[in-house]
Design a protein around this ligand. Structure first.
Ligand SMILES: NC(=O)c1ccc[n+]([C@@H]2O[C@H](COP(=O)([O-])OP(=O)(O)OC[C@H]3O[C@@H](n4cnc5c(N)ncnc54)[C@H](O)[C@@H]3O)[C@@H](O)[C@H]2O)c1
Length: 263
């Protein structure tokens, strides 16, 4: 019996799949028989359908990796990130410009009804304070244009992590309507609170130990990758089909606590 409708794609590409939240997301999807394509600097220490080595700080490496992606991806999870201790240039490249470049390069390979999930942070909560700047940066056409814009609008090392998480939330929102109407693709963010992964210790250095401890108190403890990854999986699935351009905090109530206790 012939059937002209191809089966829905079961392939999802995940950056940062070698560690922390990305690795947990990969494991959950593999348990659901999803074909996981891991993109990272390092190979995961568990079996994936395919590992593509990439340096998200380097546009040439990103373009080469994008050509290796299979067609008709069901989703792309942009999880990889570096903390502020990496310095503003690296944070800009990996957490924003590289993420954006990979996403735009991967778009032709994402199936209609596919879903893109970006991992931002509660550190990006104040995006509205710099909305105009982030909209301008989002309008830059590519990695190099973004670098040129940033040369005119420099960001300090201590502020870089929050700045580029804010920028990621805004870019996600700016892309949502066009991606939906042009390609039927959704794009959303999640914003984790403090989560027990290798980069948490770096946040104590750049954000200050007192701020991290305050965030942990507000969140009722430190989150685990297993507390974060199901939200990413939900945003990949058709059950979330009406959600696009959103930023979902996954933070134990950390952000909500500021309504009554703003400091
Ligand atoms: N851990 C937290 O408290 C927390 C809180 C909010 C948001 N986040 C965000 O969650 C995401 C995942 O972080 P995590 O906590 O799982 O950290 P992690 O350090 O465990 O994982 C980060 C992954 O990104 C990869 N990576 C880093 N630079 C790369 C590059 N140049 N090219 C390719 N891959 C690269 C690493 O190799 C690693 O596998 C990040 O975007 C981070 O900013 C983390």
């Amino acid at each position: 019996m012939s059937n002209s409708t191809p089966p829905p794609s079961r392939a999802v590409a995940i950056t940062g799949a070698a560690s922390g939240i990305g690795a947990q997301t990969a494991r959950l999807l593999i348990a659901q028989d999803v074909e996981v394509i891991a993109l990272d600097r390092h190979a995961p220490d568990f079996a994936v359908a395919r590992f593509i080595q990439v340096d998200l700080a380097d546009p040439a490496s990103i373009d080469a990796a994008a050509t290796l992606l299979p067609d008709a991806l069901a989703g792309l999870c942009n999880v990889a990130g570096v903390p502020g201790t990496a310095g503003a240039d690296k944070v800009a490249r990996v957490n924003y410009l590289g993420l954006r470049q990979l996403t735009e390069a991967a778009l032709p390979k994402i199936a209609r009804s596919g879903s893109i999930v970006n991992v931002a942070s509660t550190a990006g909560q104040n995006w509205q304070d710099r909305r105009a700047l982030h909209v301008e940066l989002a309008a830059t056409r590519n990695f190099d244009d973004g670098l040129n814009w940033l040369a005119q609008h420099p960001v300090s090392d201590p502020g870089a992590y929050a700045y580029f998480k804010e920028a990621l939330i805004v870019w996600t929102m700016t892309r949502a309507a066009a991606l939906r109407s042009a390609a039927g693709i959704r794009i959303n963010c999640i914003s984790p609170g403090p989560t027990d992964t290798p980069i948490l210790k770096d946040f104590r250095v750049t954000l200050g130990a007192a701020n991290v401890d305050d965030a942990i108190r507000r969140a009722g403890g430190v989150g685990t990758p297993l507390a974060i990854a199901p939200a990413i999986v939900f945003l990949l699935q058709s059950e979330s089909a009406w959600i696009t351009g959103a930023n979902l905090p996954v933070d134990g109530g950390l952000l909500a606590s500021r309504i009554l206790d703003p400091v």
